[in-house]
Design a protein around this ligand. Structure first.
Ligand code: PLP
Length: 384
């Protein structure tokens, strides 16, 4: 089928805007009439330096990032930052809010690198919710480490596999100004406004809402870079030594160009972000994301006898909408019929099954409307 005939709701890598890919296909062959494709240009050239600066500036504009933060582009995907944040916040005690499989994985990596004794799982949503994710436990049940210690609290703002999203910045974390907060925003970054000043570190793999796989963005408050323990202290305390490519300070000092950065990927992210700015920024994007997800949830809620949404209101993700379909073989049929009509990528994650709609920025309102109509029709034609 032609690209225009497919509405792809896959969880990631996600679709990129066709307009950006059309420009990219020219750029990869002959970037701005230089006779070289963009992936062939030196990352040290003025041309590439400007692309990195423009990408950083676009992210700063979109998220209104305060001046005392650095933005760095790295490689290795969201998972590499499960290790990255631990290496760069050495010496802090760690509280993990485990609300889905990605924060679970991040907490396991923290225990593996720093030792279990340094990691406190302050929330285990699976245990609290009868053995499955789908609900963020009430804040008064969180077992956060007491305030006298230097602590960072880690959470995953949007759990891609489980369809769980924090509706807002947690109140209990906002009350404790000393506590550093680290968030994985891989699957909801640039879908709503964020008060960056509340965070010590925000990271995101680019491949859902921003760009291509592998490129990773890290936003970090500068005083954290300045206060890192010296190598001598790390050695004396037996703390792990970060591999140089995980060292935020080194990358920030070198403007993300400590080694060969994949500039083509940075350029794609830049183009996506510049288009978002031109289209009204995150205020607009938040409005669109909300409208699309409201329509999809409403279509599912209209037929509760067949569709079982796996998350509870208040914890429901606008980006990943997860549900089960009651009835022998109906999930397979739902996916098969949808695919026939050009709606692909709807199968749930292999670890949990069911159906998952990924409603990222590149899903148009037309695409969300088409899927919502299909959800209603499918329920109508499979009434018991
Ligand atoms: N964090 C979240 C929230 C994700 O959704 C994903 C991937 O889907 C990751 C981390 C891991 O990203 P990567 O595959 O780029 O390592």
């Amino acid at each position: 089928p032609a690209r225009e005939e497919i509405f792809h709701f896959g969880a990631g890598p996600a679709r990129l805007p066709t307009s950006v890919l059309a420009r990219a296909s020219v750029s990869i062959l002959n970037h701005e009439d230089t006779g070289l494709g963009l992936a062939e240009h030196s990352h040290r050239s003025a041309l590439c330096g400007k692309i990195v600066t423009d990408a950083v500036d676009s992210l700063k504009t979109l998220l209104s990032i305060p001046d005392d933060y650095s933005v760095i582009f790295m490689q290795g995907g969201g998972t590499s930052q499960f290790s990255g944040v631990v290496y760069n916040l050495l010496g802090y005690w760690m509280d993990y809010l485990v609300t889905g499989v990605w924060s679970q994985k991040a907490s396991e990596e923290a225990s593996r690198l720093a030792g279990e004794w340094m990691v406190n799982v302050a929330v285990n949503a699976k245990e609290a919710n009868g053995g499955k994710y789908g609900k963020i436990p009430a804040e008064d049940t969180w077992k956060l480490t007491e305030k006298e210690k230097s602590i960072f609290t880690y959470f995953c703002d949007n759990e891609t596999v489980d369809g769980v999203e924090f509706p807002a910045f947690p109140t209990v974390l906002a009350q404790d100004k000393e506590r550093l907060v680290v968030a994985d925003m891989s699957s909801n970054i640039l879908s709503r406004r964020v008060d960056v000043s509340k965070y010590a570190v925000i990271f995101a793999g680019a491949q859902k809402n921003v760009g291509t796989t592998g490129l990773t963005m890290v936003i970090i408050r500068n005083d954290i870079l300045a206060n890192q323990p010296t190598l001598q202290t790390q050695r004396a305390l037996g703390l792990p030594i970060q591999p140089i490519m995980f060292d935020y300070k080194t990358l920030a000092k070198n403007g993300s160009l400590y080694n060969t950065l994949p500039i083509f990927d940075v350029w794609i992210a830049k183009e996506v972000m510049q288009d978002l700015i031109a289209g009204g920024g995150l205020e607009k994007q938040e409005e669109i994301s909300g409208r699309k997800s409201d329509k999809l949830y409403a279509a599912l809620e209209a037929s509760p006898e067949i569709y079982k949404i796996v998350t509870v209101p208040g914890s429901r993700s606008r980006m990943n909408i997860c549900y089960r379909i009651s009835g022998e073989g109906l999930e397979d049929e739902f996916v098969k019929l949808a695919t026939k009509q050009g709606m692909t990528g709807l199968k749930g994650h292999r670890s949990v099954g069911g159906i998952r709609i990924s409603n990222y920025n590149s899903i148009t309102e037309e695409g969300a409307d088409k899927l919502a109509a299909y959800i209603r029709e499918f329920a109508e034609s499979h009434k018991v």
